[in-house]
Structure formats: C-alpha cells, structure tokens
Design a binder for this molecule. Structure first.
Ligand code: G6P
Length: 613
C-alpha cells in the first residue's frame, strides 16, 4: 500500500528512484512522484497515474541530484490527483516527505497547525505530519532528525517515511511504525525502500528498521539508528537473499502469468527438506520448535485476509480431518475488533504472502497479548508478521509481483497440508501407511500442476466463450468450496466481472435465483467424495438453463456429458486436490481479464500489500 524509495550518495538519484518505483508499483499506482535535492534546490515532480506518466512528465525537467525520494501511491486520504501525490512539501518548501501508512490523528493536528497559520495544499494526512515536523523544527530550533523524532512521538497511526531537508543536504531521515522499510547499505551511499526489490541490484547488505525506530543516513556513509525514545541502536546488517531475475518478468507477458507458471517449481521448493515420503516423515522447523504447545493446542485459530484467508479455509478442512483439532478461520479485520476469546491453549496461525497486512498484524498482536502461540506462514522473509510471530514457516515462493495472488496461495496450501500431516503424525490420528500415501502423492503434485498448465490453450478457448458475461458463479463442496471462493476472487479482482463463490449445496438457498441462460457457473468437481452430490447440483443448474463450466478429474464421463465446457485435471489424493484445481481457475481469470482489456498485473483500486486497516 504505497511504495517508497530513497537514495543518498554520489550517483544520480533519479534513475534509481524511477527503477525502484517501477518495482514497487505493485503496492499502489494511483499517482507517482519524486523529490530531488541538487545544489540547494529542491524539485518535486508528481503526477496522477502510473510511474510511466511521471517519467514522461519528468523528462522535460531538471532531474539532477544525488539525493532523492520517490513514492507510488494507493490513495487513502484524498482522491488520486497531482495535488495529493507524494512527495509533499512543507509550508516553507524546505522539507519534503514520502509516506506509506496512515496518520490517524491527522485531523486534530491539522486543526492545531491551521490555527498557527499553516496552509495545506493537499487533502493528505502526510502533509500534516510534515508541517508538524517543520513546526517543531522552527519553534524548538531542532535538527531535522530531532524534529522528526519529536513529531513522531505525537502521531497515532502507521508510517514508513523518508524526510529530506534542503538546509541539511547531507542526510536523509527514515522512520517506521507498522509499515515496512528496508535500508540498503552501499559504499558511502544508502538506499531506502518499502521492500528490497529496488535495492537488490546495488547492494545486498540491508538493515530492517524496527517499529518506532528512525535512521539518519549520512552522505559520508554513517548510519545512525535510534528509537523514538532517543535510545541509540546498533544497526543489525543482514545479507539479502533475493534474486534479481526473480523480480523480472522473464519473458512472460505478465507477472501473473509468470507466477502461475512458476507453481510447479515453488511447490517443490516449499516441500524440499520438509518431508520424505520414503521414510515417512514431515519436518516443519517452526512446528518442531514449539512441538509441545502445538500438539497440545485445544484449538487452532487461523487468521488472514483475501486469498490467504482462502488458503486458511483449506487449512481448516485439512487440520480437522487429519489431526482432529478444532480450527476456526477468521478474517483478521473481524478478529481484531471483536474482543476474541483467545487463551494460552490456542495456537494462532497467521497467513500472509506479504507479511505486512495491517489487519493480520494487529490480529496476531492481540492474540499474543492473550498468550496464544503465534505461528506465521509468510512469503516475504523478514516481514513484520514473520518477525512478530513466535515461530513459523516461510513459503519460499520468491517475490510475487502480480497483485492477484497465485503462487503464494498454492504454497500456503502446501505448508498447511504439511502442518496438518505433521500434527496428525504427532497426535497419532493418522496411520503411517496413509501418511506415506499422501506424501507420495504430494511429491507428484508439482508434475500434476505442470500437466494442468498444459491445458492453457483449452482454457483460453473457454475464456473466449464467456468473457463478456456480466456475472459468474463458482460452486464447490468440501475442499472445493474454498477453491470456488478463490476462483471467484481471481476473476473479480482482475476482470471486474461480478463473481460469487458459494458452497454448491447452498446454491438452492439463494444464488439459484440468479441462474438463467446468461449465467456461467463454474463447478469445481475434483473431490471424489462429493461427486454424486455435485452432479445433482450441476443438474439443477442445467435445468435452469445455466451454462456449466466444470473442473473435473480426468475421465469423469458423467460430468463431461452434462457440462457445456469442462477442464480435465489429473487425479490426486483428494486432500491435495485444491493444489491442482485452482490452477485452471487462475488461467481462466487471466485470459478473461486480458480479453476484456484489463490490466492484469495492476487491477484498478487494488494493491498487493494492504498496510492500512
Ligand atoms: C491484498 C492482495 C491480495 C491478498 C491480500 C492479503 O488484498 O491484493 O492478493 O490476498 O491482500 O495479503 P497478504 O499479503 O496478507 O497475503
């Protein structure tokens, strides 16, 4: 949710900022801007729209300077427009700021500053924060870093900010609370960004700021970190393990397509070293570390948002089925505000691709206060949720850039499957032979996903038949129900077609009223135990002239005879069927979105990482 990038050193800042913003564009693309400091001049260029619009605009302007900050925005306070775009300038035009997050008490701060004569050009909370900094700097005659520190002690909310001061041109100030921020350390130069992707090609030495810390990055190579309480901290330098290739499209037309096609590999990577079918073991390091508490948990609560919440639903089915432990799955945004009953006997699983989703982070903070064990399932290494959790498992899918989550989902489901099996083995709720059978089948999953990807041509043909539909219904039972939800979410996210996922049996309690000859209904019929029942549901749709697109197991002649269109996927153990069944739905939404002329990687109004509540 908003991407920030900054540079100080001896190189030209602008190319670094623009390249960085392009990499961070997945975090928001309502507007983009840069501020450059050059020989005492502070220039700001900002435009509504994508980074490309900014680039086009800036090419006719002076873009020189060795200090700069850049921002790509996902609008919260104020509509997307040039005026509300970051960077913002202070009233004296001495300071400039970029900000990711929300200042919750901005209204009262703004009112107070207005009484003192401050005038605001934008509708943003960020401009208020900057003028508060300026006010403290002026009134209390403080250095820029001191003014930032004092101001941040007055604000309520979340932020990752970078501030530059025209009169102190040899330093930049960065601070964070609740929003991510990484500092890259080069030779007498520093980079700052919301994630490591803008930094990686210059250095792999990084420092992750902690909440309520701020850093002073000096042009002479000195890095000072302090807490907002003014305690000095020793920078903890870590080595980045990120591959530049992995954050580029690698020949694919879109990141989403690349990420869909990466699934066989990332599922394999995610399982690697964590299981052995031959020897019949599963070993998730985080689970081993807290084995007693996890094995004795009275209840497991899964909390997440969006696609990650859907993988949580699959986790519920798997853990209850295999390990016989009660599981609740909660939207993090609901959990955090309803005074949930959580005790030290509970294990809370937080699932998050980015590891930065504000609601999920708050949910685990509440659960932690109530003594639950927090287990994170995150993709981004070193992310806030991963760090807040007591233990966890990384999904190791590599950077996911397409806003609609694909590979992150399948690896989350992979981890949850392993977790359910490990728990079942420890609790003795699964026989060793059944465990081995499932593990053998798991080893085959990457290959089966690969085979499913070969159905792309057929899926594209089906997309061509239905891409003009106004509504879609996705139905499934049991483990296929979360897949129906996820399939519908993929379609609405990127094609803007209204799509609903529903338990197939619930259709008769409402959605059946929507069915007519214009309504495509996608049935996920990949779980054998529900086969007869799903066939009946298909009949019910056909009787009302609905168009049936069925995801079936290879050789399912019954449904082939009934469906208008079908996609045959390889059979696997039913418990693993979600990992295969989701793939054609990802491709279907991808092709439909393209045919409708939509921006697949950057759908309107969405952002990859939602760091506001
Ligand atoms: C946003 C993204 C979704 C994602 C959700 C949760 O809405 O657009 O793709 O599923 O956030 O994100 P997380 O990083 O916590 O998995």
């Amino acid at each position: 949710m908003c991407g920030i990038v900054a540079y100080i050193g001896s190189r030209e800042a602008y190319p670094i900022l623009i390249k960085g913003l392009r990499r961070l564009e997945y975090r928001g693309y309502d507007s983009a801007g840069v501020a450059l400091l050059n020989k005492g001049n502070l220039s700001v260029y900002k435009k509504e729209g994508k980074v490309a619009v900014l680039e086009d605009f800036a090419k006719n302007h002076d873009i020189a300077g060795n200090i700069g900050i850049g921002h790509t925005r996902w609008a919260t306070h104020g509509v997307p427009c040039d005026r509300n775009a970051h960077p913002h300038l202070s009233n004296s035009h001495r300071l400039a700021i970029i900000h990711n997050g929300i200042i919750e008490n901005y209204a009262s701060l703004k009112a107070e500053l207005e009484t003192r004569g401050y005038v605001f050009e934008s509708d943003t909370d960020t401009e208020v924060l900057l003028n508060l900094i300026e006010d403290i700097q002026k009134e209390e005659k403080r250095t820029i870093e001191e003014a930032v520190r004092v101001a941040l002690n007055e604000v309520v909310g979340a932020y990752a900010i970078v501030v530059i001061d025209k009169n102190e041109p040899d330093k930049i100030i960065a601070a964070r609370k609740g929003s991510p921020l990484v500092i890259g350390i080069g030779q007498n130069e520093f980079f700052v960004a919301s994630d490591a992707s803008p930094i990686i090609e210059y250095t792999n030495n990084v420092v992750y700021l902690n909440d309520e810390e701020f850093a002073v990055l000096n042009r002479n190579g000195q890095l000072d970190i302090k807490t907002l309480g003014n305690l000095e901290k020793t920078p903890y330098i870590q080595k980045l393990e990120m591959d530049l290739e992995k954050i580029e499209k690698g020949g694919y037309e879109h990141f989403m397509l690349k990420e869909i096609y990466e699934q066989p590999q990332v599922i394999l990577d995610c399982m690697r070293g964590r299981m052995n079918a031959e020897q019949g073991w599963i070993k998730l390091g985080g689970v081993n570390e807290y084995a007693t508490r996890i094995n004795n948990a009275k209840r497991i609560i899964i909390t997440a948002c969006g696609t990650s919440w859907h993988s949580g639903l699959i986790g519920e089915y798997l853990i209850e089925e295999l390990a016989r432990v009660p599981v609740e799955v909660e939207y993090a945004s609901e959990f955090r505000y309803r005074n949930p009953i959580v005790t030290q006997n509970d294990v809370v699983l937080a699932i998050s691709q980015s590891g930065e989703t504000a609601d999920t982070l708050s949910a685990i903070q509440i659960a932690k206060e109530r003594q639950a064990l927090i287990y994170g399932i995150c993709n981004v290494i070193g992310s806030s949720i991963a760090r807040e959790a007591h233990a966890g498992s990384y999904t190791h899918a590599g950077p996911e850039i397409g806003v609609a989550s694909t590979k992150a989902f399948t690896v989350q489901v992979t981890i949850l499957t392993l977790m359910a099996l490990q728990l079942a083995q420890s609790k003795g709720t699964i026989s060793q032979s059944r465990l081995r059978t499932i593990l053998y089948e798991m080893e085959q999953v990457p290959e089966k996903v690969k085979q499913t990807l070969k159905l792309d041509v057929k899926i594209k043909e089906i997309a061509a038949k239905y891409f003009e539909a106004k509504n879609f219904l996705y139905l499934g039972r049991g483990l296929a129900f979360p897949i129906a939800l996820e399939g519908a979410l993929k379609l609405k996210e990127i094609s803007y077609i209204h799509a609903e996922g529903y338990p197939a049996a619930e259709m008769k309690h409402g959605p059946i009223a929507l069915i007519d000859e214009n309504m495509p209904v996608v049935f996920i019929a990949t779980n054998k135990s529900a086969h007869e029942k799903i066939v009946s549901n298909i009949q019910e749709v056909k009787a009302r002239k609905g168009k049936v697109i069925a995801i079936i197991l290879e050789g399912d002649e019954t449904i082939k005879g009934l469906a208008d269109d079908y996609i045959e996927v390889p059979d696997t153990d039913e418990l693993l069927s979600p990992l295969v069944a989701i793939v054609p739905l990802q491709l279907l939404s991808y092709h439909i979105a393209l045919m409708r002329g939509c921006n697949v990687d950057q759908p309107r109004n969405l952002a990859k990482s939602v760091t506001v509540e």
